[in-house]
Ligand binder design. Structure first.
Ligand SMILES: *[C@@H]1O[C@H](CO)[C@@H](O)[C@H](O)[C@H]1NC(C)=O
Ligand SMILES: *[C@@H]1O[C@H](CO)[C@@H](O)[C@H](O)[C@H]1NC(C)=O
Ligand SMILES: *[C@@H]1O[C@H](CO)[C@@H](O)[C@H](O)[C@H]1NC(C)=O
Ligand SMILES: *[C@@H]1O[C@H](CO)[C@@H](O)[C@H](O)[C@H]1NC(C)=O
Length: 488
């Protein structure tokens, strides 16, 4: 007999022999009585009342960040890839595509990030911001976004976030309703602002993040509007020259007003206090095991969305590293990545990521296509490996994680894992329902749990969250321990 097949059969036989018949079902959510009203549920008996903070003595997001920076000083926090080159490739049918060649991640450690935050925060005050005036961040996900956010928190400034896909009317409405005086933006967003500038009654200052080619927009803004236009670096420098004491918020102060695309009409701003967001972060700490210094988080979803904002704020609280990327440069085969160069995930090798179902569906389809294209033995092996792991998830603990797992990893799944850098240990999906099929597929291919969460901007994301060891699919899990859920 072919020794290769013996090697294959032995671990299968062993795991079949040791297979446990049925797993004991763990209680994941229990009913509770809140003020005599029936129908509430909380996560489980471990939590008698909703959690408020996981960190002793920390009651606001501003305190949380300071606490982390003092603890993790020289650990890397914010990672960004430098642009090496930008090329325009044209396809045979005459369309042209922009392709990027991006370098390795370059890191800012916690201490450096804290310094940037303090400087920017002082700079905002030095620019002449008055109490009660809010600041809007209207830009793509990047390190400056996080720095600006934390800087505002330190001065008890409410941050207004605006989804970048919102139309002109919605944008106007959001900035107007919150009486924003200062907008922090990138290039595309500055262009949009200039277009509607005449309708913005309260905006006085624009701080632009230095993106390639932005000087054209800056010059237009300087010539045609009454705004004071400054670069992100200038504001930081202003703050470094004249530091201002922090003006820390209270837990009940509003940290963020988030405008997302509502289902109907103009978007509504959701007000979140420091206490609200902190409770979500604290609850997630109880769900995902061992969040900490070893974790590397792939940041590419819009920060104007509560899922990403909560995830990054949590990463920055536990000593993890945040590597910034974008949906169009995520993998080696992403549309904006130059052929032969690394996508964000390959360059970063993250351990954690958040995803929306559309992205996971795309990964699944990509893998299926590749496997089908290969055909032959490769496809057979993939199919056997897949069904073995599926059976293992249903029944035997050993099959899922023992010798046989190693074998199938070697033969099949390592290559699939490599698409997302090879080190993913947990994926959180949120924002829309994830199909059970995709969840199972990605779960099996990555050999890592895909947690599913459910929440609203209004609940600071933290509604429900499936547990690390929950192998069922198509469910959003039990209530997070920061929430009660009432089923009417
Ligand atoms: C923070 O700002 C809000 C209004 O912007 C104000 O009501 C609140 O008192 C401030 N908190 C502190 C601690 O100063
Ligand atoms: C903005 O608010 C002002 C009053 O504060 C109002 O006069 C103006 O029409 C509003 N503009 C838009 C575009 O909503
Ligand atoms: C802005 O004004 C300066 C000097 O007044 C001029 O040189 C420049 O071309 C103007 N830029 C734009 C975009 O109009
Ligand atoms: C897994 O178990 C569920 C029910 O417990 C069953 O419906 C499903 O067919 C099983 N799948 C496999 C591949 O054994």
């Amino acid at each position: 007999m072919n020794p290769y097949f013996v090697g294959l059969l032995v671990p299968i036989a062993v795991s079949l022999l040791l297979q446990k018949r049925r797993k004991v079902e763990k209680k994941r959510g229990v009913p509770v009585d809140v003020g005599g009203e029936p129908g509430y549920a909380i996560r489980n008996h471990r939590f008698e009342r909703p959690v408020e903070t996981h960190w002793e003595g920390v009651n606001t997001l501003a305190e949380l960040f300071e606490h982390a920076c003092k603890e993790y000083l020289y650990m890397p926090l914010l990672g960004t890839r430098k642009l090496i080159s930008r090329e325009i490739e044209s396809s045979p049918d005459g369309r042209s595509f922009e392709k990027l060649h991006l370098g390795e991640y370059e890191w800012k450690c916690y201490a450096e990030a804290f310094k940037s935050v303090c400087n920017f925060s002082s700079g905002l005050v030095n620019l002449g911001r008055q109490d009660n005036e809010s600041v809007a961040i209207f830009a793509e996900t990047q390190a400056e976004w996080q720095i600006a956010l934390q800087a505002c928190f330190r001065q008890n400034i409410t941050v207004v976030t605006i989804y970048s896909s919102l139309g002109e009317e919605a944008l106007c409405h959001s900035l107007n309703e919150t009486e924003v005086t200062t907008v922090i933006c990138g290039r595309k967003e500055l262009k949009k602002l200039i277009d509607i500038g005449w309708q913005l009654d309260t905006v006085k200052r624009v701080i632009y993040i230095n993106e390639e080619g932005i000087s054209a927009e800056v010059s237009i803004a300087q010539n045609s509007t009454s705004w004071s236009v400054k670069s992100f670096e200038e504001v930081g420098k202003l703050g470094a020259e004249a530091p201002v004491d922090a003006n820390m918020p209270l837990p009940s102060d509003v940290a963020v007003i988030m405008y997302t695309s509502g289902s109907t009409g103009l978007p509504k701003g959701v007000m979140m206090t420091h206490r609200n967001v902190l409770a979500t972060l604290s609850a997630v700490m109880t769900i995902v095991p061992e969040l900490g210094k070893k974790d590397i988080y792939m940041a590419y979803l819009p920060l104007a969305h509560i899922l990403e904002l909560a995830a990054e704020t949590l990463m920055a609280a536990v000593g993890a590293s945040i590597g910034y990327g974008s949906a169009l440069t995520l993998t080696d085969t992403s549309s904006k990545i130059k052929k032969g160069t690394l996508g964000d995930a390959s360059a970063l090798r993250p351990t954690l990521m958040t995803a929306v179902p559309a992205i996971l569906d795309r990964v699944r389809d990509g893998v299926r296509k590749k496997v089908d294209a290969k055909g032959g033995v490769a496809k057979k092996l993939f199919d056997i490996g897949y069904s073995r792991r599926l059976a293992a998830i249903n029944g035997s603990w050993l099959g899922a994680w023992g010798v046989e797992k190693l074998l199938w990893d070697r033969l099949v799944f390592t290559k699939v894992r490599a698409i997302l850098g090879g080190n993913i240990r947990f994926v959180l999906s949120g924002g829309a329902p994830l199909s059970g099929d995709t969840q199972r597929f990605i779960n099996i291919c990555l050999g890592a749990p895909i947690g599913q969460g459910y929440g609203l901007t209004e609940t600071c994301a933290g509604g429900t969250f499936s547990e690390y060891d929950d192998t069922s699919v198509g469910r959003v899990g039990a209530p997070l321990p920061c929430s009660y859920i009432k089923v009417d």
